[in-house]
Design a protein around this ligand. Structure first.
Ligand SMILES: [Zn+2]
Length: 144
């Protein structure tokens, strides 16, 4: 197995449902976090769906409808994000789910994985198993 540079750089972020699915579906290009993206990191970022639901998330009007027919996975890497930038939310990105006062992780080039990859989630920005990274990055990439 040959590991390429962008594969070494890849990290994963565990996100609860329905948010992981909304990101994978390209419907939520801004992830709100209480902590800033490490300055040295710009992607690729693997979106890992945690094992738990965010009940409040599912209760947001329109979320269930938006995900109708979309597979909801748990405990698996469900998407790859090519590039990530970060800024402090100050009234911006409201049309893309950005919350005031949170750090906005702006996700560009999102590709949903046709075959989610089982993985155990962790806190923070974590380093997935090399096999998982290679498999995720081998998925057909979006043009975005
Ligand atoms: Zn913003």
């Amino acid at each position: 197995m040959t590991i390429r540079r962008h594969e070494v750089l890849a990290r994963a972020l565990t996100v609860r449902q329905p948010w992981a699915a909304l990101i994978a579906a390209g419907l939520k290009p801004v992830e709100n976090r209480s902590w800033a993206l490490p300055a040295a990191f710009a992607g690729p970022l693997l979106i890992h769906a945690g094992t738990k639901d965010d009940r409040d998330g599912w209760a947001v009007p329109g979320v269930r409808e938006a995900l109708e027919g979309w597979p909801i996975r748990y405990g698996a890497i469900v998407a790859v994000v090519d590039r990530v930038t970060c800024h402090l939310g100050e009234g911006c990105c409201a049309d893309r789910w950005g919350e005031h006062g949170a750090w906005h992780w702006v996700l560009e080039g999102i590709t949903a994985l046709p075959e989610p990859i089982s993985a155990t989630g962790r806190l923070g920005l974590w380093r997935p198993e090399p096999e998982a990274v290679v498999a995720a990055l081998a998925a057909p990439q979006s043009a975005g």
